[in-house]
Every structure is written in structure tokens, then in C-alpha cells.
Design a protein around this ligand. Structure first.
Ligand code: PLP
Length: 223
């Protein structure tokens, strides 16, 4: 099936509160344009340089989401245009995003990445670390970032019971953090679910899914 068909099949199956981020990492501009021409506007990339190159080449009404692990020294390259940063996992990074956003006179929306998987390789903070940040005075002084939700990645496993448990944990973290009200904290987004598990994620309360291979086909990292 074509990219446009895959996209439309997935979109037509989603409840209306769920936002689809089409994960276009490693895929060429031509493929992304096929999705764009099928009216899709939200794309996710996990490498800053790749996202910047695509941003420069492509129509400017695309909303670019940074979904990968982010290094502080790369924030400056995308601060002008990035629409949502999913993987914020420490305060120093948040402070750098704030600094770069300020240079462009804008507020950058961010999600806190919470570690829900049992694998050591996955990034993210604990619920108590997230709430400590959101309630701190240092955070309240960051006027150019806004925390709009949480993001998490489940363990890579076929055990649906475990995945469901991890998604439920992220939902309860979200519910807990939602009680914190600040000028720069407005919890509304739960980014969880990928090609293999987005239906389960939606059952567990996800309202933003990040889907790559089910739209664009398998990725080839060797090229
Ligand atoms: C690559 C990636 C996805 C999409 O993965 P698929 O299995 O291809 O849907 C989602 N989220 C993150 C953080 C990713 O890096």
C-alpha cells in the first residue's frame, strides 16, 4: 500500500482526540511529501541535523516534532522552528531550550520524557523528579518554555501485559503532574504508542501517537 493509503487507514481508525505524529526519520523528502500531499502536517524526527535539512527543503506549514534523545548543544539549530520537543529528560536541557527560544522570541512546547520501560537503554526521568522540576522556582523563571505533557516508550517486548502496565504508569504520572498548575506548565498531552503498540497506548489514555514504519514502511539504517 502507498504512504497516503497507510496514513489514511490509520487516521480513519483513530479517536478524534488522538494526534498522529508521522515519524519520518531516515525517510527521504519525496516520501514525506507524499504524506504532506495527503494533507498530513505533523512529522517527527529523532536527529536534529536531519530535521533541519528537511525543514529547509520542505513547505513551511509543517509542524516538526523532535522525538529523539536530545543533546544540549544541538538545541540552537532547531529553536527557530521546532513545534514540540518530546524527549526532555533533565532540567539543564530545559534551561538551554528556554535560552534558545528566547533568542527567537518564542515559547517552545515540550514534553517531559518519563522512564516507563524496564530496559536500561531507555531514557527518561522518574515521576518524582518531574514533579520536583515543575514545582521548582528555577522552572517558574523559564518564560520561554512550556511543559504541555509527558512522553514515554514501553519496553521492546511481545508481552502486552507488561506494555499495558507501563502505559498505565505513564498515564498515572500524567494525572499526578496535571495537578501542578504554573504559568509555564499546562499538561494536556500524553505521547505514547508507536507502530507496534499504538492501539494499546490509546486504550491506556494516549492522545498523541508516534508512528513511523506503519506509514512509511520499514527503515533501512544501512544507507
Ligand atoms: C522511531 C521512533 C518511533 C516510531 O517507531 P515505529 O515503530 O516505526 O512506529 C516512535 N517514537 C520514537 C521516539 C522513535 O524514535
Amino acid at each position: 500500500m502507498s504512504i497516503a493509503q497507510n496514513l489514511n487507514n490509520i487516521k480513519s481508525s483513530l479517536p478524534e482526540q488522538v494526534t498522529l505524529v508521522a515519524v519520518s526519520k531516515t525517510k527521504p523528502v519525496n516520501d514525506i511529501m507524499e504524506a504532506y500531499n495527503a494533507s498530513h502536517r505533523i512529522f517527527g524526527e529523532n536527529k536534529v541535523q536531519e530535521m533541519v535539512e528537511k525543514y529547509e527543503e520542505m513547505p513551511k506549514d509543517i509542524q516538526w516534532h523532535m522525538i529523539g534523545h536530545l543533546q544540549r548543544n544541538k538545541v540552537k539549530y532547531m529553536a527557530e522552528f521546532v513545534s514540540l520537543i518530546h524527549g526532555v529528560d533533565n532540567f539543564k536541557l530545559l534551561r538551554e531550550i528556554n535560552k534558545q527560544a528566547k533568542k527567537h522570541n518564542r515559547v517552545i512546547d515540550c514534553l517531559l520524557q518519563i522512564k516507563i520501560a524496564s530496559e536500561d537503554s531507555k531514557f527518561g526521568m522518574r515521576t518524582d523528579e518531574a514533579s520536583t522540576i515543575l514545582m521548582s522556582e528555577d522552572f517558574s523563571e523559564l518564560n520561554n518554555v512550556r511543559i504541555v505533557g509527558v512522553m514515554g516508550m514501553a519496553t521492546f517486548t511481545k508481552n502486552n501485559k507488561q506494555i499495558r502496565q507501563e502505559f498505565n504508569n505513564l498515564k498515572s504520572t500524567f494525572d499526578k503532574l496535571k495537578e501542578i498548575e504554573n504559568d509555564n506548565c499546562m499538561m494536556k498531552t500524553i505521547s505514547m504508542g508507536m507502530s507496534g503498540d499504538y492501539e494499546l497506548a490509546i486504550e491506556c489514555g494516549s492522545n498523541m501517537i508516534r508512528v513511523g514504519s506503519s506509514i512509511f514502511g520499514a527503515r533501512n539504517y544501512s544507507i
